[in-house]
Design a protein around this ligand. Structure first.
Ligand SMILES: [Zn+2]
Length: 315
């Protein structure tokens, strides 16, 4: 009881597209240095990364796509999508390590070995069932959700995404699934990749009304987030989720080189605190946070450590 697990290790740092790419090799270290400096290793349980087996990856992804990643991982040539996500030697193992680590964290929560967990580098929310997109090879969020459905038979799963980019891979992966409740607060698709996530996208068919997309204007700050969050809070309390997954991308902080929002790390702390309360009330405390984007190192370190601190203070 009361434990927060944080996953750390070089296997996570290996998920990177090289120097000069926004999703470069130094992101993990930027977080981990700050994590140690704040003494958070003494307040959490550090756990090692785990590599997923192919079977687990295929709970969400199509077999043919997974085989294609394996082949391009061996050759290290070309792109896995239309130009954002290059292949490199070992990309399959690196992406499978992100997935396996997210699933290990999920398992630790579901079996009661910890109450909350944080996985940096994870939260690769753009990958589709049949392809890579936006620096995301395998969608560990989608695989975690499929695992909760298939292995744990949950029927009310909340996925909250505060990355600057809309989590299109998760939304379209579960747009017709009424068991998956999505709250996605992101920069308006008219000014930022991937262009989706308008407020009118609420789910389809039997799932209509189970997705809440909140597009934010350029320059949206903490105050704007706090005011928009009210509707998300009401939505989540009505859902009474059995678990909450959080994609806490740090690219929604002011100064990110590829987005245009203006949060501080206090936004990430506030959302995490609110979700801890909801998780305690409805979800047996279960809250899994996945790092997501963030391409300004100091921002990434501050935002992710703010999430971990909020988990520790509210466990
Ligand atoms: Zn992002």
């Amino acid at each position: 009881m009361g434990k927060v697990c944080v996953y750390a290790g070089k296997e996570l740092a290996r998920y990177s597209f090289g120097d000069g790419h926004p999703f470069g090799p130094l992101r993990f270290g930027a977080f981990y240095d700050e994590f140690l400096q704040r003494g958070l290793d003494g307040k959490t349980v550090t756990c090692r990364p785990v590599i997923a087996d192919q079977h687990a990856i295929e709970r969400f992804h199509d077999h043919d796509y997974v085989e294609r990643v394996k082949a391009q991982s061996a050759s290290g040539v070309g792109f896995l999508d239309y130009g954002d996500t290059p292949a490199f030697p070992g990309v399959y193992e690196a992406a499978a390590s992100v997935v396996g680590t997210t699933l290990a964290a999920l398992d630790a929560i579901m079996t009661g070995r910890c109450r909350r967990a944080f996985v940096p580098i994870a939260g690769l929310h753009h990958a589709r069932r049949d392809g890579a997109a936006g620096f995301c090879v395998f969608n560990d969020c989608g695989i975690a959700i499929e695992t909760l459905l298939q292995q744990y038979s949950l029927s009310r799963i909340a996925y909250v995404d505060i990355d600057a980019h809309h989590g299109d891979g998760v939304l379209y992966g579960f747009n017709d699934n009424p068991a998956i409740f999505i709250v996605d607060v992101h920069e308006d698709g008219r000014t930022l990749y991937p262009g989706t996530g308008s407020g009118s996208e609420t789910g389809i068919g039997a799932a209509t009304g189970t997705k809440l997309n909140i597009p934010m204007p350029v320059g949206a700050d903490d105050e704007r987030l706090a005011s928009e969050w009210q509707q998300a809070e009401t939505f989540l309390r009505n859902v009474r989720p059995e678990i909450i997954l959080l994609q806490c991308g740090a690219d929604s902080l002011a100064g990110d080189p590829i987005t245009h929002m203006a949060y501080t790390e206090q936004a990430h702390a506030m959302i995490t605190r609110r979700l801890c309360d909801i998780a305690d009330e409805f979800s047996e405390g279960r809250l899994l946070a996945m790092g997501g984007g963030g391409y300004h190192f100091a921002n990434l370190a501050r935002a992710w450590c703010a999430v971990v601190e909020a988990l520790v203070e509210n466990v």
